[in-house]
Write a new protein. Structure first.
Length: 486
């Protein structure tokens, strides 16, 4: 509630209440209206009750001994870690003799406010404590703030050095933390100044403070209790039954977070784990793909990845171990290839309909197709990207593989080039044009290459325009035979 909103409420409360007509007997409270700086308030002019009050009215109900009873409008503003102010308001019952709830004298406490579980928050000189129905102090009146938790006999208490949890049933206090927050009906978040973790309602540490507090971008019922930053992305972490995602032990790993590039494809999610300085992998079924022995895990760009198709049988994750790169398939829990000098995701590559992996091993470049086939120097002399295909070379002959790794053009060509959307194959001096459409090669048209050098100077070539090949085929290599063409 803002200050302006609170002033508006108070104006409505105080309207037409200039003076309540209370007796000036000094053994009872006497409330009169006072005017402050552009606002009004109520004050006990007899001096029994301390403080300024935002509202005041008489109750029809009398006390157990016939005492007249009133309600006072109480408001306080508290600082928060975000440097914003938190406003608290409440209507508090008091009788004409200055006893809050007909029990607690205003001479002992400035304010007493019922907070549930037959407990009362008491205030004296700006400090707070906790008392029971009999007036016994459960918490001394020396704290900066005390807040109850709905439906829980648990209180959040702020002292000079931070916050702690007081469990009323167990009569126990937790450690003091920099900050604590109510997360859900199971957990309380805490910040020890170095990280964010979770406590249960007894004040026991459930999740070590290795995480971040959940940011504003998480919303709805699927809001995680924790989050972590990894490779510039924020990942939410869910805790259920004191386990990561209700399945993974918090004793086995320091943390575990879910990565899901393709939310609409079942089984393609995976989990990154960490223990000490090493990383590990779990698949979508929480089966171990790799124990925490990896130096690093490389994540693909999530925005780019989502726009490309993948096979449901393969979900590739690039990892690094001992200064070499390896590739895991989290669907069947195996390492596809390891010992690579470099490796990266090839995303949204022009002419390709699927993402794939490019790597370098032993000085040669290779690829892993979207369906898991390895195209490398082990099988070919060279491998290059070629307009949605892989151009391969073996024994000085060229061929083409589709982006799935299947053979499209066999090793029969001395040269393969690209020309205006078509693929041109050259074999034994002859060229074949093949039409390229939507990553497929369709029907072909044939023609021989034409040269104009061997019979240069002859009439058949210079004037009639016959090529070297045509002169050999038509005139048996005799250009003068042109004159006998008829």
């Amino acid at each position: 509630m803002t200050v302006l909103e609170e002033e508006k409420i108070l104006k409505n409360i105080n309207r037409n209440r200039p003076y309540m007509g209370i007796s000036h007997n000094h053994s009872t409270i006497c409330i009169e209206t006072k005017i402050g700086n552009n606002y009004s308030y109520y004050e006990d002019v007899n001096g029994l009750l301390n403080g300024k009050w935002g509202g005041f009215h008489k109750l029809n109900e009398v006390g157990p001994n016939g005492e007249t009873q009133y309600e006072l409008y109480y408001s306080r503003t508290f600082p928060r870690h975000s440097h914003k102010l938190f406003s608290y308001t409440s209507w508090i019952r008091i009788n004409e003799y200055g006893y809050f709830y007909n029990k607690f004298s205003c001479k002992r406490y400035d304010v007493v406010d019922a907070v549930g579980f037959q407990m009362y928050r008491c205030e004296k000189n700006g400090r707070f404590g906790l008392i029971d129905e009999e007036g016994h102090e459960i918490l001394n009146t020396c704290y900066n703030e005390i807040w109850g938790i709905s439906n829980r006999p648990v209180f959040l208490v702020r002292c000079e050095t931070g916050w702690f949890i007081y469990n009323l049933n167990e009569h126990t206090k937790s450690e003091v933390y920099y900050q604590i927050d109510i997360i859900d009906d199971k957990y309380i978040g805490f910040d020890d100044g170095n990280g964010y973790g979770l406590l249960n309602y007894n004040g026991d540490v459930v999740i070590k403070p290795l995480f971040e507090k959940t940011g504003w971008w998480w919303s709805g019922r699927n809001r995680p209790q924790l989050q972590i930053e990894f490779k510039k992305y924020k990942f939410g972490i869910f805790i259920k039954n004191d386990l990561f995602y209700g399945r993974v032990s918090t004793l086995d790993y320091d943390y575990c977070f879910k990565v899901d590039y393709y939310e609409n494809i079942i089984g393609t999610a995976f989990y990154v784990t960490k223990k000490g300085d090493a990383y590990g992998l779990l698949n979508a079924r929480f089966e171990c793909v790799s124990e925490p022995k990896l130096d690093d895990i490389l994540l693909a760009d999530r925005l780019e990845t989502n726009y490309r198709r993948i096979s449901g049988k393969h979900n590739f994750i690039i990892c690094k171990q001992d200064n070499y790169y390896c590739l895991f398939n989290t669907v069947d829990n195996r390492c596809i290839i390891d010992g690579c000098n470099t490796m990266s995701y090839c995303l949204n590559k022009r002419h390709f309909g699927h993402n794939f992996i490019v790597f370098e091993k032993n000085g040669y470049r290779g690829f892993v197709t979207y369906n898991g086939k390895i195209i490398s120097h082990n099988d070919y002399e060279s491998v290059e990207l070629f307009y949605g295909f892989f151009l391969i070379k073996k024994n000085n002959y060229y061929g083409l593989l589709s982006e799935s790794g299947g053979m499209v053009i066999p090793f029969e060509n001395h040269k393969i080039t690209y020309n205006c959307g078509n693929i041109v194959l050259e074999k034994n001096g002859k060229e074949t044009t093949m039409v390229l459409s939507s990553h497929c090669i369709t029907n072909t048209s044939f023609y021989e290459p034409k040269h104009y050098s061997e019979f240069a100077g002859s009439y058949a070539q210079d004037e009639a325009g016959y090529s070297d090949e045509e002169i050999w085929d038509i005139f048996d290599g005799e250009p003068d035979a042109y004159w006998n063409i008829d």
